[in-house]
Design a protein around this ligand. Structure first.
Ligand SMILES: [Zn+2]
Length: 269
């Protein structure tokens, strides 16, 4: 009885407890738009070398008995190809598997850091902290995912160019983050739950030791790789829906990544 009265008093005096709008009321009021930040999964989807590529088998497609249409397919794929998530377990033995990442870390504030003009289409570009001195000082007071845009999504349909495949020495060459940036994010921004890139790895293509993967995994962050940024989307103000296939013991998984953003109002001047 005492507890009930206390709750009742709270309801009267704390207006923040009054829920006046459902999320539906907010996002379907014409003030928001949705962005699909995933590349499609098909025969052209880019996979990491020596990984099972997306194998799509049309199994049944017919009008069957009594003209009832029926279609069903099989697919097989590696975890780390196309737009996908890396679970912390990928590079840290005690880290979470994909199926263990809580929703509180998957529905989060989205921040896009556009470094494409600095990277300037250079496949050997490495993002260092000094490149971000005037960029990454957001007020990150909510769980957030920070996605770095190198301007690489435009090459996704050309695997050789996208990965920077050098056939002579069998190396990969595409931009990525430095270990310093990873250490800085994981130690400075405690609300950042994951990082993402529009290239095939958060580490540079030429990396052999994967320091960024190690730093983020150890700190409990996930990585989003091959994010599709082939579109104009606001750098801030959006909410990310990070929805990987729920592979219980996955080290990674195909990802449907969606952003919900306030509609940009055209400038009147
Ligand atoms: Zn991966």
């Amino acid at each position: 009885m005492v507890v009930l009265s206390f709750v009742f008093l709270l309801c009267i005096f704390d207006s923040s407890l009054t829920i006046s709008q459902s999320l539906n009321d907010v996002i379907f009021n014409n003030g928001y738009e949705f962005f699909d930040l995933s590349h499609p999964f098909d025969k052209d989807t880019v996979y990491w070398p020596e990984t099972q590529v997306f194998n799509f088998t049309k199994k049944i497609e017919n009008n069957g008995i009594n003209g009832t249409w029926y279609a069903a397919n099989d697919f097989a794929a590696g975890e780390h190809g196309g737009t996908h998530i890396d679970a912390p377990y990928h590079f840290h033995k005690e880290g979470l598997h994909v199926g263990e990442i809580p929703l509180e870390k998957l529905i989060v504030t989205l921040i896009i850091v556009d470094v494409s003009s600095i990277a300037n289409n250079d496949p050997n570009f490495v993002l260092h902290k000094h490149h971000l001195d005037n960029v990454l000082y957001f007020d990150l007071n909510k769980p957030s995912v920070v996605i770095f845009k190198f301007g690489w999504s435009k090459y996704f349909n050309d695997r050789k160019k996208y990965l920077g495949l050098n056939e002579y020495d069998n190396t990969l060459n595409f931009p990525g983050l430095s270990e310093g940036v990873a250490e800085w994010i994981t130690t400075t921004y405690k609300t950042v739950v994951g990082i993402g890139v529009d290239v095939a790895s958060v580490d540079t293509g030429s990396s052999k030791t994967f320091p960024v993967h190690k730093a983020t995994s150890k700190a409990g962050l996930y990585n989003l790789e091959n994010v599709n940024l082939n579109q104009q989307i606001p750098d801030t103000g959006c909410t990310a829906l990070v929805m990987p296939m729920k592979i219980a013991l996955g080290t990674g998984a195909p990802l449907r990544l969606v952003a919900i953003c306030p509609k940009q109002t055209p400038n009147k001047f």
